[in-house]
Design a protein around this ligand. Structure first.
Ligand code: PLP
Length: 394
């Protein structure tokens, strides 16, 4: 598909500016054929042409573009305040597309010392084999990132809040470092979601999402996204999305759009519940440390308060009694379901050292063995507190 054939729905000016309204309407006018209020699932691979090359609306083949995915992609661009949004089969597929679009052998990347385990694995086990070097820095320390940048550096990669230690990175400060060094700043915005934090407005070049988490929000879909405000980079990413092919399918795109419509109200409740639970944990005798950016004693609290609209639904904590005690808390929880992932309406609990972060054991990203991570859902706060109290009581 040539560029001029690309569907032209992106970059449309939206008459509405508020997040809650854009989440429901951006990219989703009533269906032209039927008036359907919800964008249909165009479960189709190919499109009838009106004479050779006579495409209707630019649609030719669903890897290149599909109307349901286009609607989501336009919505993503609007929600992050970017010029181009792209939807992928998973968060890691989005990351892979970005890395293979902008990096070449010999390039170098600065990555955080606290990151999603799969992101670290992608750099350490996959991208490195293609001659890309990486080094680890504490991205909450602006000087440490500045010192880590080399002449070959192309990207600074940031995750804030980070996974699983809820570290906070000052996005605007690192955007300054990146601009000065002539490198791109990438922010994995999965934990915050675009409702709580908009990295492009703070100077980031690209936003990455696992839509599997808060954006989908119901633990029923795997997906990823890239959003950029750089139109030329957006074109290059779209070219590679089609050339490499890990696109979001129409039903997955539809599920994420359905989730996004309630993102604002869900994130408000996730943040309220998590804030109250973090306070309860901080006062609990069996808990030795709580990681939540909403707590005033969190080292990133001020930066988080400046760049986020709320502190999100993720809380990690360490328990007295070491790894075994942490594992037992996870096993005893009942309303908090023991499982990986996060960001759904239902609360989850896990042991990062043995579960989500097993792949970083022995590396600079290793996590404390007595750490428990919870994804606080939107159930009644009292029920959640009661469950954690009984799990900690033993
Ligand atoms: C889950 C996650 C990813 C990877 O996304 P998938 O959809 O599982 O491929 C990347 N970053 C963060 C912060 C995540 O939580």
């Amino acid at each position: 598909m040539s560029d001029s054939d690309q569907p032209t729905r992106q970059n449309d000016e939206h008459p509405y500016r508020h997040f809650e309204t854009l989440a429901i309407h951006a990219g989703q006018p009533a269906d032209a054929a039927t008036g359907a209020v919800v964008t249909p699932i165009y479960q189709v691979s190919t499109y009838k042409q009106d004479g050779v090359g006579g495409l209707r609306g630019g649609y030719e083949y669903s890897r290149s573009a599909n109307p349901t995915r286009s609607a989501l992609e336009e919505n993503l661009a609007a929600l992050e305040g970017g010029r181009r949004g792209l939807a992928f089969a998973s968060g890691l597929a989005a990351e892979d597309c970005l890395l293979r679009t902008v990096l070449s052998p010999g390039d170098h990347v600065v990555i955080p010392d606290d990151a999603y385990g799969g992101t670290f694995r992608l750099f350490a086990k996959v991208v490195e084999r293609w001659g890309v070097q990486w080094s680890v820095a504490d991205t909450s320390d602006v000087q440490a990132v500045r010192d880590a940048v080399r002449p070959e550096t192309q990207l600074i990669w940031v995750e804030t809040p980070s996974n699983p230690l809820l570290g906070i990175t000052d996005i605007a400060a690192l955007a300054g470092v990146a601009r000065h060094a002539g490198v791109r700043l990438v922010v994995d915005n999965t934990f915050a979601s675009p409702y709580l934090q908009q990295p492009l407005a703070l100077g980031a070049d690209v936003v990455v999402h696992s839509m599997t988490k808060y954006m989908g929000g119901h633990s029923d879909v795997v997906g990823g996204a890239l959003v950029t405000s750089d139109a030329a980079l957006g074109e290059e990413l779209a070219y590679h999305q089609n050339a490499m092919g890990a696109v979001a399918g129409p039903f997955d795109a539809w599920l994420v759009m359905r989730g996004l419509k309630t993102l604002a109200v869900r994130m408000d409740r996730h943040s309220d519940n998590a804030g109250r639970i973090a306070e309860m944990l901080a006062a609990h005798p069996k808990v030795t440390r709580v990681y939540y950016p909403g707590l005033p004693e969190h080292p990133g609290h001020e930066v988080a308060a400046k760049q986020m609209k709320g502190f999100g639904g993720m809380v990690s904590f360490r328990v007295e009694g070491g790894e075994q005690a942490a594992v037992e808390v996870c096993n005893r929880a009942r309303l908090f379901t023991l499982g990986e992932s996060l960001g759904g309406v239902e609360s989850l609990i896990e042991h990062p050292g043995r579960m989500t972060h097993a792949s970083v054991a022995g590396s600079a990203l290793e996590v404390p063995s007595d750490l428990v991570r919870i994804s606080v859902g939107i159930e009644a706060l009292d029920d959640l507190v009661a469950d954690l109290r009984q799990a900690l009581a033993g």
